[in-house]
Ligand binder design. Structure first.
Ligand code: HEM
Ligand SMILES: CC(C)=CCC/C(C)=C/CC/C(C)=C/COP(=O)(O)OP(=O)(O)O
Length: 453
């Protein structure tokens, strides 16, 4: 009976501490007395919460690491309060950097303690081991929806179906978030004093969409054989021969040229160069070099998806500075927390196609731990971004609220019956959607704060 209660207390402790750090680093630094007062009231409430959590941890005889963790947090928190109070009462000059560092340390120790806790209480996993090279091989290599041999290259398709097949090649579903990211990059540039004009905004988004489409098409071309082996991807346009390889290459090259023409003619050379780099990064470095060869593919490959932050910023300013780099860093850290959920849900698929995705080679347990770790790093990076760029309360509250939903969804992955593949997959998908909601909401908050306030 006590087990779920301690987990809940730890989740709230993580969230409460993060709220304090986020408010302190972004809003309280330069906002008025009201925010400072909220920070102090919240600090007392979170202090009480941490004390109750430590008490419950001792009394329920939780594992040693959990008991030590909650006590260490309490001691560090007292130090934090000391730094804050000393500054406020004038006993010693307030050291904001130290206070932020202390807050981050408390948050990190709490997160590690939460990981220990959920791992200790998870229902026994039957699927925790790695799947190895080609485990989970399907009984058939020819899943539903395979090619109609009478229509190679999509010869027999209606105009509409052919249009849909080419659209699918561009991976349209992920574009909204990449566009939001480029817009947020532009917003940070605007807040730094640059002026925006409509042509730059529209051309950057247009050039970005064309480039993303090109990258997606190259990815489909290169992966067609492995796509056929995976249930999730077997119905893709090239895998099913609805689009022939040569035509797809022509389409991708045309998109690259169109993208470069738009960026060079209507934006600027740096933004165009970064867009070209993003295409090469995703279509070659990630797809060809990393994805089939190393379990670090997601961590290193994530850089490609972060580049739109730099592209948006460079489009407006003609240069790349710290705010853009920090925004890109948030996305880099977020990517493993985003994708490992799908990799868990589809790990048998990935094993069948011989992709060394983390849950395939290191097991689901390791992947879940990495999700929480990368999520923690993402949240810290988001605080740094807010603090350096002077974002405010809306941003702080958004990263906390959506971050809390994301953390909770991952914790819930440990609660479902691990022997039920369907439930386990549904839980992983909920975290995947929470990851998209988190990044989407944080980027929207940046947009509101930089454009509308
Ligand atoms: C190595 C990096 C990444 C990998 C391996 C990855 C993987 C994936 C995969 C496999 C899907 C398809 C999910 C499905 O089956 O429906 C997906 C969807 C998506 N990804 Fe990622 N992703 C990465 C980075 C990014 C980045 C950087 C962004 C945006 C900034 C992003 C945004 C999205 C969005 C918006 C969707 C669609 C969600 C939906 O359909 O509801 N991804 N990702
Ligand atoms: C501006 C610009 C050119 C950006 C391009 C970068 C880009 C598209 C990043 C997103 C990365 C992504 C969605 C990977 C999908 O993984 P996957 O290919 O492993 O997924 P799959 O299993 O569905 O093929």
């Amino acid at each position: 009976m006590d087990r779920p209660r301690l987990t809940t207390l730890l989740v709230w402790s993580v969230v409460g501490t993060y709220l304090l750090v986020a408010l302190g680093a972004t809003a309280a630094a330069d906002a008025g007395a009201a925010v400072a007062a909220i920070h102090q009231v919240a600090a007392v409430a979170v202090g009480a919460l941490l004390a109750v959590t430590a008490l419950v941890a001792q009394r329920t005889a939780a594992a040693r690491g959990i008991r030590v963790g909650t006590i260490a947090v309490l001691i560090a928190y007292a130090g934090q309060a000391g730094v804050g109070l000393a500054g406020q009462t004038g006993v010693a000059p307030f050291d904001g950097g130290l206070h932020l560092l202390g807050g981050v340390a408390v948050f990190a120790v709490l997160l590690v303690t939460l990981v220990l806790r959920v791992e200790a209480t998870a229902t026994v996993s039957s699927a925790d081991g790695s799947l190895g090279g080609s485990a989970g091989r399907a009984s058939s290599n020819e899943p539903d929806g395979t090619a109609d041999p009478s229509a190679p290259g999509g010869g027999g398709l209606s105009f509409r179906d052919r249009g849909r097949a080419y659209l699918e090649l561009t991976k349209p579903r992920l574009m909204w978030l990449l566009c939001l990211l480029a817009l947020a990059g532009m917003g940070l540039a605007a807040v730094g004093g640059a002026t925006l004009d409509g042509v730059t905004v529209v051309a950057t988004l247009g050039g970005g969409v064309l480039a993303t489409g090109a990258s997606g098409a190259f990815n489909h071309i290169y992966e067609r054989d492995r796509d056929r082996k995976m249930r999730r991807t077997a119905d893709r346009p090239i895998a099913t021969d609805r689009v022939g390889v040569r035509r797809a290459v022509g389409f991708a090259v045309a998109l690259v040229l169109a993208s470069m023409a738009v960026m060079l003619a209507l934006v600027n050379a740096l933004a165009a160069a970064l867009t070209a780099a993003a295409i090469v990064y995703y279509a070659y470095v990630y797809t060809v070099l990393l994805k089939p060869t190393t379990k670090w593919n997601t961590v290193i490959g994530g850089g490609s998806g972060a580049l739109p932050a730099l592209i948006g910023y460079a489009a407006v300013t003609g240069t790349v500075r710290l705010p853009a780099v920090l925004l890109a860093a948030v996305v880099c850290c977020w990517t493993p927390a985003h994708f490992y959920n799908l990799a868990i849900a589809h790990r048998e698929d990935y094993a069948r196609a011989d992709y060394p995705m983390l849950p395939v080679v290191a097991g689901v347990g390791t992947a879940r731990r990495r999700i929480l770790a990368w999520l923690g790093v993402t949240l810290i990076a988001a605080v740094l971004l807010g603090s350096v760029t002077g974002l405010g309360v809306l941003y702080a509250v958004t990263t906390t609220a959506l971050g809390a939903l994301f953390v909770r969804s991952v914790v819930r992955q440990y609660d479902v019956d691990q022997r039920d593949a369907g439930e386990e997959r549904a839980a992983a998908y909920r975290s995947f959607h929470a990851s998209n909601a988190y990044l989407g909401a944080v980027l929207a908050a940046i947009l509101v704060e930089t454009f509308a306030m």
